[in-house]
Design a protein around this ligand. Sequence first.
Ligand code: GRE
Ligand code: ZN
Length: 320
Amino acid sequence: MQGKIAVEEHFTAPGLEELISRIGWEPADWARVESRLQDVEFRLAEMDRLGIERALLSLGAFGVQEIPERSRAIELASRANEALAGIVADHPARFGGFAALPMQDPLAAAAELERCVTEYGFKGALVNGFSDVDGGGALYYDDARFDPLWERLVALDVPFYLHPRNPHASQRLIYEGRPELLGPTWAFAVETGTHALRLITSGLFDRHPDLTLIIGHQGEFLPFALPRLAQRMSHLKHVRLEKSPTEYLRENFYITTSGNSHTASLIGLLLEVGADRLLFAADYPFEEMADGATWFDSVPISEPDREKIGRMNAVRLFGL
Ligand code: GRE
Ligand code: ZN
């Protein structure tokens, strides 16, 4: 398919290399990924070769989320966004940006979002999971202090991409001795799916019904787990939501194909949430751009659905 738009594509820039985690990478693979994160010309050549018209760029894991000092998180997010704005300005027809946000300070995050959307034309925010906070804790975004940020996203009419990170150091007992299960093999999806559930069960989407989130990797395990969750949660008196969890997934989320070229999952998603809420993504350069793109071009779905997922849903959602 020509004209694809890829929405979970990662970059870094000179001086910001430390914001991307190399944990879990073999040294030779990391050397390739690290150079590709900054190589705009090679990225464009790959996009041309694979029928990708536009890529929406963001920092990858862990971005500024692992920086406990607020002032440093604010400064690095601003520097990353400025660098990304420069890349987008050089190629406005090929790239778009997602803002990095210093969620360690919710009001600073809301201000940075507004600055990036109004000054740089960014298409939303991409945040790498919970944020570390001074003193060693983890800040998840069902916290009421984030209401001003959610309001700002709705007012600016842009989505919030909840991207994975690894679990907090205090939560890793289950992975002890099995580092192969940390990161994208397994732990990313557990962490991110659970975080998304915290947002759903907190009533976030009843308070902000027009808020749109994006999750990657064909839904971080959520789409096929929600029916059982809903069935059992209906017995819990303290949870009072206006809709079922699957309704929030259908009405407040978009789900991308990033890094997960699995046909049965995509067909399941078509049944579970429908073609209007799915988006193509390659997760380059952590994954090969060709793997996601060639799989998507030939996956057995209808051509109208391929056009929606590959392009038209992104055109509509991001106002392209
Ligand atoms: C990601 O950020 O999406 C990612 C990594 C590392 C490996 C694979 C991957 O950070 O998809
Ligand atoms: Zn990613």
